[in-house]
Design a protein around this ligand. Structure first.
Ligand code: XIL
Length: 368
């Protein structure tokens, strides 16, 4: 059978399977001997406002991560003011459905509450004050969900692609020490919780080397670190799969778990802004080529690329303990609005009609 026929045949079966609303298998069942399979969940899913997405999450996933509701700007918008409703509902939802609940994220320069590192005049606070605020915040968050959150993304996006430290309020005020401090505080608050460090562009050699060093340094100091999260917000032509694979191997060799934490594959042309989630530009239609649907050849290329990455993750399931998608279906993906607002992207395993795409449907039909 030639390659083309081999690809088309399972597609046909898969399409039937997913239109029937009775998939032959679920992702969590299929990958159960490989890794946890997770999804980022917005509060809409949890609060019953998107029931079809809710069914997808409960049917296919056994790990969830909070898309936004546990970030400091949401949960602790002003000093001493906590808004717990959404995060509480999110954790309840995960527990009710028997899922591993992942906390995201404790120390991150983006979506950081504006008061966190500043005094009332808007100037940076002292190192002493920032340490106290970090300790207090991390203790408050982690203790509240003690025993209920499997693991925390303790520090997010601390390193630049070349391996140097990102300038951020935490780094500017505390230097490199902010990372070990965050891990120390999180472990104090829940000694049983797993603790992770998370970042994007993990295929970059400089970043790879730096994270290996950070993990080794944390352990040399006797601090707990359980895993390295590789976000994996990827595109059709970046990163190179073998560079990403080198990082999986290097991270696995440190002895901690490797996690794919925020996987999605954009099909849209790259818009060069900064790498921060706050770096957003207005819609320019020339960067939005598929507002009405994905041409067949682009869809096929997307599914081929997704299948290659699924294979990659399975090949390394000895070190990869979780693969989490950054969402469930295309209509809800953050990629529709970042780094340019109002585009139409197709980055997730379920399409806008909540149907599983061929790469994943075929995978579920295959013997694992
Ligand atoms: C994104 C959310 O998906 C968006 O809804 C929000 O507007 C910005 O943040 N890296 C991370 C995630 O660690 O927290 C980000 O989530 C995506 C990039």
């Amino acid at each position: 059978m030639n390659k083309y026929i081999r690809f088309i045949l399972p597609l046909t079966i898969a399409a039937t399977a997913c239109h029937s609303e009775q998939p032959v298998a679920t992702m969590k069942e299929h990958f159960k001997n490989d890794f946890l399979i997770g999804a980022a969940v917005p509060v809409d899913h949890v609060n019953g406002l998107d029931p079809r997405a809710d069914s997808i999450v409960t049917m296919h996933f056994n790990a969830i991560v909070a898309e936004n509701c546990m970030k400091s700007e949401k949960i602790n918008p002003a000093e001493g003011v906590y808004f717990w409703d959404d995060a509480d509902a999110f954790v309840d939802y995960g527990e009710r459905n028997g899922m591993a609940v992942i906390g995201h994220t404790l120390i991150w320069h983006s979506q950081l509450a504006p008061w966190f590192a500043c005094d009332s005049a808007g100037n940076y606070v002292s190192a002493y004050v920032l340490r106290e605020r970090m300790r207090n915040y991390i203790h408050t968050m982690v203790s509240r969900y003690k025993g209920r959150i499997k693991g925390w993304d303790v520090v997010n996006e601390a390193i630049l692609d070349d391996g140097s430290y990102r300038q951020s309020p935490f780094y500017d005020i505390l230097g490199e020490e902010f990372i070990p401090l965050a891990f120390e505080y999180a472990h104090e608050a829940d000694p049983d919780a797993e603790l992770y460090i998370n970042d994007f562009s993990m295929s970059c050699p400089g970043k790879r080397d730096r994270y290996v060093k950070i993990v080794n340094d944390l352990r040399d100091r006797g601090l707990r670190i359980d895993g390295i999260g590789m976000q994996a917000h990827i595109g059709m032509d970046y990163p190179k799969i073998d560079e990403f694979e080198k990082s999986i191997v290097a991270f696995g060799n440190t002895g901690v778990q490797v996690m794919i934490t925020e996987w999605d594959i954009t099909v849209l042309p790259t818009v060069f802004t900064g790498a921060n989630v706050g770096d957003i530009v207005q819609l320019d239609e020339k960067y939005n080529p598929y507002p009405e649907g994905l041409p067949e050849e682009v869809s096929r290329a997307w599914n081929e690329r997704a299948a290659q990455w699924i294979d990659l993750f399975k090949r390394h399931s000895d070190v990869i303990s979780r693969v989490s998608l950054w969402g469930t279906y295309d209509g809800m993906s953050w990629r529709n609005d970042w780094p340019m607002t109002g585009r139409t992207d197709y980055p997730l395993p379920f399409d806008r009609d909540y149907r599983l795409k061929p790469a994943f449907a075929n995978e579920l039909l295959s013997k694992n």
